[in-house]
Write a protein that binds this ligand. Structure first.
Ligand SMILES: Nc1ncnc2c1ncn2[C@@H]1O[C@H](COP(=O)(O)OP(=O)(O)OP(=O)(O)O)[C@@H](O)[C@H]1O
Length: 223
């Protein structure tokens, strides 16, 4: 795979999304280049999670297209999947596996070499302050520890484009700072960060998309 700095911008043009028979957003454009960050803002229900799922290829847009440079993601879905790491609202932690085993599972999906995968797991545990919890089963973790384990996947199984749904939920101030440092390092090496949030997250120079600019007003939803 290309090093992140060699990647063309990831873009969306004219994106539309319908959920439960309702238009959530329409005519939405965005662009994120190597080293950039994009923050999705908007009130509850405005479509931030839906847009992230569209970007991840988990939800088909009702209109528009996603592309890397001039190449549509639909033309090369495997390449898009390999370049993308999506961390959603819900924790994807297997309760009977330890923290390290959970991360190893993700690392091995990206890295066939066992020793290299193991090194990546150790680095991610240490960066997210989880080393002392490495042998604890997922079911015994607190909400913040679960969230950090989910986020540690980003380093255990690296991909250039990170798509993160409210990643600071359940994190204390110290761990929000840790995460901001991880974002800065990722961007400095040419990675891309797209996230939704209701909190302030320090992402210098980030672009923003306000989802309520792309909603369709209805009689039930007056201005
Ligand atoms: N599985 C689903 N089926 C039908 N409608 C859905 C589904 N998931 C979400 N929706 C609807 O899509 C709209 C956008 O929801 P979405 O979760 O994308 O918003 P959000 O901006 O992420 O909200 P929040 O800030 O509360 O997380 C809402 O009206 C919601 O009811």
């Amino acid at each position: 795979m290309n090093a992140p700095n060699d990647l063309p911008p990831f873009t969306g043009h004219g994106l539309g999304c319908i959920r439960g028979g309702r238009v959530v957003f329409a005519g939405l454009d965005f662009s994120v280049a190597a080293g950039e960050a994009l923050v999705l803002l908007g009130p509850n229900g405005s479509g931030k999670s839906s847009l992230l799922r569209v970007m991840a290829g988990l939800l088909k847009p009702a209109a528009g297209k996603l592309a890397w440079g001039a190449v549509s993601t639909q033309a090369e879905p495997e390449i898009h999947a390999a370049r993308t790491h999506y961390v959603g609202h819900h924790d994807a932690i297997k309760p009977v596996l330890s923290v390290a085993e959970n991360l190893r599972f993700w690392a091995r999906l990206h890295e066939p070499d066992a020793a290299r995968a193991s090194d990546a797991v150790d680095r991610s545990l240490s960066r997210f302050g989880l080393a002392h919890l490495r042998d604890i089963p997922g079911k015994m973790l607190s909400a913040g520890q679960k969230r950090r384990t989910n986020l540690a996947r980003l380093l255990a199984a690296p991909s250039p484009l990170w798509l993160l749904d409210e990643p600071t939920t359940a994190l204390d101030r110290h761990n929000i700072k840790v995460l901001e440092g991880v974002f800065a390092d990722h961007r400095a090496s040419g990675g891309m960060v797209v996230l939704s949030t209701h909190q302030d997250v320090d992402l210098p120079g980030a672009r923003t998309v306000h989802l309520d600019d792309f909603g369709i007003e209805t009689e039930e939803d007056p201005a």
